[in-house]
Design a protein around this ligand. Sequence first.
Ligand code: ADP
Length: 469
Amino acid sequence: MGAVQSYLTVNSWKAYYNEADQRLNLRLARDMARELEPSVRDSLDLKAVEHAIHYIMILNPKIEIYLLDDQGKILAFFAEPDKKVKSTHVALTPVNAFLSEGDQRLIVGDDPRNPGVKKPFSAAPLHIGPDTDGYLYVIIGSEQYDKALSSTRENYVYQTVVKSLVITVVLTAIIGLVLFGLLTGRLRSMSSVLSRFEKGDYRARLEDNHKDEIARVAQTFNRMAETIEANIEELKKTDTLRRELIANVSHDLRSPLASIRGYLETLQIKKDQLSEEEKQNYLNIILESSHSLEKLVSELFELSKLDANQIVPQMEPFLLKDLVYEVKMKLQPRAEKAEVNIEINIPDSLPQVYADVALIERVLTNLLENAIRYSPRGSTVTIDTDFDGEGLRVRVKDTGPGIEAGKLPYIFDRFYRVEGSRSGKTGGTGLGLAIAKKIMEVHKSALLVASEKGKGSTFSFRLNTFKTA
Ligand code: ADP
């Protein structure tokens, strides 16, 4: 930048001086021609003009004077030292332009001493002898002047150029360093936050209130950090769940196994002392424990398949009412044992639903089993539906103990039981609702619960009808 600036400055200075010289000496040739005219009008008497010109040139060493004929041929010249004039002609185009346009912008013409070099000049028509309409051609900026100028130029111009170059370089360097300092300062503080993040401080965030690219990088990092932090939290939660699950599974497997083993050992050791009735009783307990073991294992297996998305629902149309009656039939003995009445309120006119019939049977069985299990003797469990023209909401309603509002969010968690005790008298595994919820999820639906402590619970889910599916 400094070099370009210096080049432009020097060039514009030169043009400025040349133009100023030409304007200053606009009338010079004309005035001189008027003086010389009497001496050259009749014939070119060099001796006579030389005298006059000598004085002009002493007074104004900046000029070189040429007498040209009408073709631009140099008839005479007055320049020091005269040997150095190399051209015989001067191009007349710039001369005519000068004469016709007067005080226009800078016009440069041939310098007979330096062919190829253009210089500012002044010119005027001059009659030389009776036949020649020639010109007086005055180069402004003689060689002597150029020499004087070039020595001063070295002193002033080049020094100024060098100074401005140095100032430019120094200022650019300072501004550059300050800018780099500001930029790298922000980057340094960013990198310290990033390394905190790298070392495990997932809450580390960048604070940058600017509105440039670096700030945008910072915002993107912050968003990325939010996602990573959320994912890590999720992983931690899943890990905790997994540990709890393993602990729960081992506990729930151990209890029936211990019971089976204990009663088998008793039967083996005391087989001669036990009455037939006691033996039968023990065998019944062993059978019950092995049933609950089998149930737990198969439910775990089912849940893990649902979790791994291995179960793809086989969608088909079917009548819900038929399925509900089938489930009722299946659970009727249990209901009778618990002295619970099952009531079904489903209109015959309902359209078919579109779902996996085996999976929906599982959901209905789990919900009805729970309703029967938690209902008091002599009460009624109701299954009814709501049809809104597009889908069917199925409700399983009991008048049991209900569930506290604080515990409601957890009842769908695996192994969660409101009563706490695992092998308690209600006898569930704590997996039934988790399985039902998962089945509704693979149907892109949801299992909902509404319950009030002491008044009963209603579990419900929605199924698409065949036409709208
Ligand atoms: P369980 O096999 O123990 O019934 P579930 O997953 O089916 O496991 O249910 C989780 C818990 O939700 C139950 O232990 C019970 O405390 C509560 N629960 C489920 N259904 C009902 C209901 N109809 N009335 C009251 N509590 C219920």
